[in-house]
Design a protein around this ligand. Structure first.
Ligand SMILES: [Zn+2]
Length: 46
């Protein structure tokens, strides 16, 4: 099942290894694009 980014609402793709192209923070999923965009301020956006 595909996860959605909590910030941009885009679907987060999975790699061929089944890992999401993003990260889990506080049990929420964030895509790699938002991860780069917000960087160290990412947790404050949640
Ligand atoms: Zn995102």
């Amino acid at each position: 099942m595909a996860e959605k980014c909590v910030l941009c609402k885009n679907k987060i793709e999975e790699t061929f290894l089944g890992k999401i192209q993003g990260t889990f923070i506080k049990k929420k999923t964030v895509c790699s694009t938002c991860q780069k965009k917000f960087g160290a301020d990412l947790e404050k956006q949640l």
